[in-house]
Every structure is written in C-alpha cells, then in structure tokens.
Write a protein that binds this ligand. Structure first.
Ligand SMILES: [Zn+2]
Ligand SMILES: [Zn+2]
Length: 258
C-alpha cells in the first residue's frame, strides 16, 4: 500500500537491509526455494538451473547506452550525442520470461517477482570489477505511487542492493512533476518534458547507479543522471533489468503487455 512509503526511505535503510537478511535466513529454513517460472525446485534465488540458462540475455550492446548494435562498439547515437550517464548495464532484453515477470510485478502486483528480478540483476552486477557506491532507483511521481500502491523500481533495486552490498538511496531523488508516457515523443520533446522534473535532495556519493526496471528511451535516466551530476556525482551508471527490444533510432514502441 502507498502508506508503506510514508516514512522517508532514506531513514529506513539500515533496517531495510537488516530485515532483508532476516527474510533470506527464514526462507532457507523453509526449504529449497521453488522456481517462480516453472515450479521446479530452485537452486538459488527461486529459479531453477534450466530457466536460468534460458533467460533472454542482452549479448551485443553499446557499452554506453546498452542499445543493440550489429557489431561490438559504441553506437552512432552515443558518438554524436553522448548521454549524461557514463555507461549502461542491462543484463536482459525485454523478452520471455523476463517481460512476464516485470509485467506481473508492475500490473498484477506479484511482489515476489521483485525479489527474483533483483537477485538476477545483482548476480550479473557482482561480476563488475569496480561497483558504484550506491543505487538510486528512478522515483515514481506520488500520483503514480498512489495508483499502483508500490514502486516496482524501488522494490527491485532494494534486492539488487542486497545482492551487491550497495547502499540503496531511494529517497535521494524525487519526481516533482507527473509526466505522460514518453515513448510517442521525439527525443527533443522528451528532453523538454523532463526538464526540471527530478530533484536531488541530498549529496550523492561520488559513484552512483541509477536504476529502472525497463530501459526504453533512456530519457528518464538521462534526466536523473544530469541532476545527480549537478549535485556532485562524478560517475553515473544506468542499471536496468531489461532493455526494450524495440529500441532503435526513431522507432521506440511501448513494451507489449504480456
Ligand atoms: Zn524453472
Ligand atoms: Zn549507444
């Protein structure tokens, strides 16, 4: 429920980490977890070996924006107009079954999927040699939070933070203005619409990762990266669970409902 977030999340960080660890221990006492995808006995974060191997991984991607590229290297868009973030790390594409997990979490309220998605992203990010210091989920506008009752990006980010040992800074940035879906807009329209939308309410650490569930246009993360830099961050990464397979110059479509 929305009231769950009535206390500034920043104040709750140590307690959140503590309770997440307790939750993990409790889970293990109950026995091996069951795969959330096929129902078989799981080995780790509620996913069996077969389903884990079959996840739709983003194999060939621009190292800056994580968009698809035909050959390894930085895409032309990032050469011409580099984003405000230094690099994007997105382990999966928005294909089955990752799309179904995100959709059920976001629109069906299946909150347990946040844990699985967060553990999967955390597992991928643990391979990074130098991790950022903190993770900053893209904030929801309070109106959207009231409609949905929870913030899926924040929920997944909490589990990513738990799996990587990063600090979760969920209250650091806020969304001041409600914005409509960005996908029908041109890049210029998106930039103008997002101008002044986010506000940073504290000092960010030197190296941060902005986190969102799906990377679609990148415009939102870009706007957030700009204000984090203005507030003092030296290095900003963009992390997401999955990138839309439909990202390509001038033809961004909304993720299909599955
Ligand atoms: Zn399975
Ligand atoms: Zn790129």
């Amino acid at each position: 429920m929305a009231t769950e977030y009535s206390v500034p999340v920043e104040m709750c960080q140590p307690n959140l980490a503590f309770f997440m660890n307790i939750w993990r221990c409790f889970d293990h006492l109950l026995g091996p977890p069951t795969c959330q995808l096929c129902g078989a006995r799981g080995l780790g974060p509620e996913i069996c070996g077969g389903c884990y191997r079959d996840l739709p991984r983003a194999r060939l991607a621009c190292p800056v924006c994580a968009g698809p590229v035909p050959v390894a290297g930085v895409c032309p868009g990032c050469v011409l107009r580099p984003p405000a973030y230094d690099r994007a790390r997105v382990p999966f594409i928005y294909g089955f079954p990752v799309n179904r997990l995100i959709h059920r979490l976001k629109y069906g309220g299946v909150r347990s999927h946040a844990r699985l998605l967060g553990e999967l992203v955390g597992r991928a990010m643990r391979r990074i040699e130098t991790l950022p210091e903190a993770i900053v989920p893209v904030p929801l506008h309070p109106r959207r939070l009231r409609q949905r009752g929870f913030d899926q990006a924040r929920d997944i980010a909490a589990f990513v933070a738990g799996a990587t040992g990063l600090r979760l800074r969920a209250g650091l940035c806020v969304k001041r203005r409600y914005t409509p879906p960005l996908w029908p807009l041109t890049a210029g329209e998106r930039r103008r619409l997002l101008e002044g939308t986010f506000e940073c309410r504290g000092q960010p650490p030197s190296r941060v990762a902005v986190f969102d569930d799906i990377l679609t246009t990148g415009a939102t993360a870009n706007a957030l990266a700009r204000i984090l830099r203005a507030a003092g961050a030296d290095e900003v990464e963009l992390w997401a669970v999955a990138r839309s397979p439909l990202i390509s110059a001038g033809s961004i479509q909304p993720p299909a409902n599955v």
